[in-house]
Design a protein around this ligand. Structure first.
Ligand code: GRG
Length: 289
């Protein structure tokens, strides 16, 4: 991992830590929120937000509230996704999932509170009002009923019947690309990027998100549990349609490379100084966790 990425992660984690300082009234809720929010993870989405802010002309720090907001939404989605009513997973990032540690009720509430806090983070920054407003709308659109949540609805449908290739493509765009799009677009907005740059950030993230999900499907098939921090083979066990079940491992690996190249090509046309983002796209292609 490159040093700039590690520096960004340090900044993001310090910001998240400071956002939820100890609360004497709702101690257990705070503990549950902090347990999941500050338990590691790659922090890809907030890192992308900071780097898109930088390549759009801002300082990475300018995008911290937006980056943190996206990570809060991501964390809430993981907490809820792990619940018995959804994927029913006991392990995430090598630790017991939030509902195992705090109980189902508290896990649901921690997710709910993280979602509200995300919009507080966006609205309470000192960036200009039009940027805050547009960033909030961007986050709502990509996270909500026409974005990530819709992806989860289609994903649940896929537990009852096989999905077609177009349906699976739709799941990837909604469940995975959408939040990555939010991160890249919001980072660009924080940096004062042009409309052309906002559109390019969105296009890059769409393809990168698809690549990211294809690698996720591949890792569920051939990854190592110790590195992933969660059980492997869960897709096959639940009979879920994935890129690997639909197209085979070899084709899935080709598709991963194709989507990564599409993402990288978008950058060259619109941004300067994209070495970090290009490295990141390649790093994700080979990730093992
Ligand atoms: C429950 C509303 C709701 C939505 C759930 C995001 C999601 C939708 C479910 C999580 C499970 C999953 C496989 C989602 C696809 C996106 C993805 C690969 C998430 C894992 O993201 P990473 O690898 O996680 O960035 P870390 O642990 O690094 O933060």
């Amino acid at each position: 991992m490159q040093n700039w990425y590690k520096d960004y992660v340090t900044k993001i984690e310090a910001y998240l830590d400071g956002f939820f300082c100890s609360n004497v009234t709702w101690t257990e809720l705070y503990e549950a929120m902090r347990y999941s929010l500050l338990s590691g993870g790659k922090r890809i989405r907030p890192v992308l937000a900071l780097e898109f802010c930088r390549v759009s002309g801002g300082t990475p720090e300018q995008a911290l509230p937006f980056a943190a907001a996206v990570e809060m939404i991501h964390t809430y989605s993981l907490i809820h996704d792990d619940l018995p009513a959804m994927d029913n997973d006991d392990l995430r990032r090598g630790r017991p999932t939030t509902h195992i540690k705090f109980g189902e009720g508290m896990a649901i509430l921690a997710g709910d509170a993280l979602q509200s806090a995300a919009f507080r983070a966006v609205l309470a920054t000192d960036l200009p009002e039009d940027i805050r407003c547009r960033a909030g709308l961007t986050l709502a659109r990509f996270a909500g009923e026409d974005g990530m949540v819709a992806g989860q609805v289609l994903d649940l449908a896929g537990e009852k019947r096989p999905l077609t290739a177009p349906e699976l493509g739709q799941v990837h765009l909604l469940k995975t690309s959408a939040l990555i799009q939010a991160a890249c677009v919001m980072g660009t907005l924080a940096g004062g990027g042009t409309e052309t740059q906002v559109i390019a950030a969105d296009k890059f993230a769409r393809a990168l998100g698809v690549a990211f999900q294809i690698q996720d499907d591949i890792l569920d098939c051939i990854g190592e549990q110790e590195k992933l921090g969660k059980p492997i083979g869960s897709d096959a066990a639940s009979g879920k349609t994935t890129v690997v079940t639909l197209h085979g491992l070899e084709r899935a690996q080709e598709m991963l490379k194709e989507q990564t190249e599409i993402a990288k090509a978008v950058l060259a046309e619109t941004f300067d100084d994209t070495a970090g983002l290009l490295w990141l796209a390649d790093w994700l292609l080979g990730r093992e966790y």
